[in-house]
Ligand binder design. Structure first.
Ligand code: HPA
Ligand code: ZN
Length: 326
């Protein structure tokens, strides 16, 4: 209908996307066959049926298992270009995507396999689809800070091709402060700083992301709304939040999409953006996130345009490129 057409016609950037989370069951099956890997599922339908999560950890267990079919550079390139084709259909023109090096190096792949494959897919997306992108490597927060330092060492030859670092995986019990030193070292190497905070973790973790890590963006940030002073600070600082409504619904961060805080965030003056997180697992790409959220909480066309504008102003593009898109 017309809202759908309006949203898909709105040029937008996606700022919160885990490339491993764009692995559709069909491609998972195809790669399992290509690499002769046994999956504990007999069909695509059986895989989809397993995607009923009650919290973040439930999801992470199945997401790390799914990533096991990714073995070669070609696999990572195929994964990446498939995502960009979906983004193109949703009116996306730019993306800043996360990947988790440790998910792959910990199962024996050389650091270069995922990095080279994803970067090749990004190049292909620019050449064939005209979509620009940047790559962010995320540290797994359930692992040690020393393991993150080892990842930063392995990344050394790639640092000119990474725009930043992120912090993801199980949040509760693994506060941002656990990674203070490696994030400082990452910043000193020219990388911008992201952290998932306030998805399941308390407002205190958002404070730590700001005060201890000095983040350039907050991923999710929902629970910051529980603290008025923190909310005001995020507004005053103009910090971009990469919000993911269908992820929040799938992982029970909200009980119903009608209760999603996206409208409230915009009304408070927070720089919220709308993103898909792990679209193959959460039931929709960036366009669906805009549409279903708009329908559920009553976003106006002005709100939707603001979300799209925020996706460029909050991006890591140079100022001239931001201006060109806004
Ligand atoms: N939260 C934390 N870790 C993740 C997520 C998320 O939403 N998606 C992929 N890794
Ligand atoms: Zn995420």
């Amino acid at each position: 209908d017309t809202l759908d057409a309006f949203i898909r016609g709105l040029p937008k950037a996606e700022l919160h996307l885990h490339i491993e989370g764009s692995l559709e069951p069909e491609l998972m099956f195809a790669l399992a066959q290509r690499n002769r890997i046994d999956l504990p599922f007999q069909s695509v339908e059986e895989i989809r049926a397993a995607y009923a999560f009650s919290n973040l950890q439930d999801f992470l267990d199945i997401y790390y298992q799914g990533a096991g079919v990714l073995q070669t550079e070609e696999d990572f390139q195929d994964l990446t270009i498939a995502y960009f084709r979906r983004l193109k259909a949703d009116g996306g023109v730019h993306a800043e995507i996360f990947y988790d090096p440790q998910t792959h190096t910990d199962r024996g792949l050389p650091f270069s396999v995922a990095a080279d494959g994803i970067l090749a897919g990004m190049k292909q997306a620019e050449d064939e689809l005209g979509i620009t992108s940047r790559l962010i490597m995320s540290y797994l927060r359930h692992l040690s800070e020393e393991a993150a330092f080892e990842t930063l060492r392995q990344a050394e030859p790639y640092l000119d091709r990474f725009v930043g670092v992120g912090l993801d995986s199980g949040e509760v019990g693994h506060p941002p402060s656990k990674f203070a030193n490696v994030m400082k070292a990452s910043r000193e190497r020219g990388l911008l700083i992201n952290a998932h905070a306030g998805e399941e973790g308390p407002p205190a973790y958002v404070y730590e992301a700001l005060d201890i890590l000095g983040v350039d963006r907050i991923d999710h940030g929902n629970r910051a709304l529980e603290d008025q002073a923190l909310t005001r600070r995020l507004v005053d600082m103009g910090i971009t939040l990469t919000v993911c409504p269908l992820s929040n619904l799938s992982l029970c961060v909200v009980k119903d999409l009608k209760e999603h805080p996206m409208k409230r965030m915009l009304d408070l003056g927070l720089k919220a953006t709308c993103n898909s997180d792990d679209p193959a697992y959460f039931g929709g790409y960036v366009g669906d996130n805009y549409i279903r959220t708009a329908e559920a909480v009553g976003l106006t066309r002005d709100d939707l345009a603001t979300l799209a504008k925020n996706s460029f102003s909050g991006s890591f593009l140079p100022a001239a490129d931001k201006a060109r898109h806004i």
